[in-house]
Design a protein around this ligand. Structure first.
Ligand SMILES: NC(=O)c1ccc[n+]([C@@H]2O[C@H](COP(=O)([O-])OP(=O)(O)OC[C@H]3O[C@@H](n4cnc5c(N)ncnc54)[C@H](O)[C@@H]3O)[C@@H](O)[C@H]2O)c1
Length: 342
């Protein structure tokens, strides 16, 4: 829908996930795709073709788009090292911001973003999309209602096998720590951490972190592909929170398994919640058995980050993935990397 009353969105970085966000925005009521920007002119042209009626404008820089008075809010899907500077610039230009995860390459930058959010009064949302998965939301509601008792452990992992690493499917920036902030833990693990702690329903104080990484396969394979790989192949973290909750997280770009493994288990004193891609199961302990009940997806959940962002800006619901949530995830990732270095 593109009319004068629409919320007018600008999209900066329109390749993989940026185009996904743009496509989803096209279906939202009261939302107009007003502008796109990318330093690659071919990406701009391809994105503009998706917008019906030629109603969006293209820019070759984020700054030019931020200067446009007819853009209310921006969606930033950029290499990670650009998240903080361009979110800050956008907020200072009066735009509300949805920025992809991780919200920054380190927690110091994330704190700067929160400070500018407070100074400018603009909305700042982080693209933690696990919170808009209808199975996660259904599971969260049941856990909050005490169905599995007191949550004691979370186990979560996302193990991929080389997906998009070579051949340019993803920007090469994601293989260098200065631009990515880290490897699969920063990329995939941060989503799983967010999912597990969202399901557990707490973001308590961290008491202790152990962490380990492996390296080697990526560096060896990169050379054969004319690429440079400076991040970990695999990371695992073990976190103990105040109150006793224990969390384990694993993330990998090299698992040598068919497809990928992505699952999360929340263990409580009276049962467990198992979440895998596109499904969820409640395990409920009774006196003599462990009953298994498939979860129904929650019907009221926003289906995407961009839908939630628009609902927030339209005053229809409060912001769920706040930058504070993004910061805490980054702090845990940093803690795991720091522990692994010791
Ligand atoms: N939420 C998710 O599930 C999910 C999935 C994939 C990626 N991501 C995140 O989204 C972000 C982008 O990932 P991607 O895979 O789409 O990256 P990508 O490399 O495919 O695309 C980045 C785009 O940004 C453009 N760009 C680079 N510098 C720019 C600048 N200064 N101004 C304007 N445009 C610029 C590039 O030309 C490119 O088109 C990353 O932070 C990544 O972690 C999130």
């Amino acid at each position: 829908m593109q009319d004068e009353k629409s919320l007018r969105l600008g999209f900066v970085g329109v390749r993989n996930i940026g185009l996904n966000h743009l496509r989803k925005a096209l279906d939202l009521p009261g939302v107009a795709v007003a502008a796109v920007a990318d330093t690659d002119p071919q990406r701009v042209a391809a994105a503009l073709e998706l917008v019906p009626g030629g109603k969006a404008r293209g820019y070759d820089s984020a700054a030019a788009l931020f200067a446009a008075p007819d853009v209310d809010a921006v969606v930033l899907a950029l290499p990670n090292h650009l998240h903080a500077p361009l979110s800050i610039e956008a907020m200072q230009k009066g735009k509300d911001v949805l920025v992809e995860k991780p919200m920054a390459v380190n927690s110091a930058e994330a704190r700067d973003m929160i400070r500018v959010r407070d100074e400018t009064g603009q909305q700042l949302m982080v693209g933690m999309n696990q919170r808009f998965n209808a199975y996660n939301v259904a599971a969260r509601k049941m856990i909050a209602a005490g169905v599995i008792g007191e949550v004691q452990q979370c186990r979560t992992r996302w193990l991929r096998d080389r997906t998009g690493l070579w051949g340019g499917a993803r920007g090469a920036w994601c293989l260098t720590p200065e631009k990515s902030g880290g490897g699969p833990l920063m990329d995939l693990g941060i989503h799983k951490l967010d999912q597990a702690l969202y399901l557990a329903g707490v973001w308590p104080t961290v008491e202790q972190i152990a962490g380990f990484v492996t390296t080697g396969i990526g560096r060896q394979e990169a050379a054969a592909h004319g690429a440079v790989y400076e991040i970990e192949d695999y990371a695992c973290g073990l976190v103990r929170f105040e109150g006793g909750l224990v969390l384990t997280v694993e993330a990998s770009y090299f698992c040598n398994l068919p497809g990928e493994v992505q699952d999360t288990t929340i263990l409580g004193t009276e049962g467990a919640m198992l979440l895998a891609k596109g499904k969820g199961t409640l395990l409920k302990r009774t006196a003599d058995a462990l009953e298994s009940v498939p979860l129904e997806p929650d019907p009221e959940t926003a289906t995407s980050c961009v839908e939630h962002f628009c609902r927030v800006l339209q005053g229809r619901e409060p912001l769920i993935p706040t930058p504070e949530v993004g910061l805490q995830g980054l702090e845990i990732v940093e803690g795991i990397y720091a522990a692994a270095k010791k």
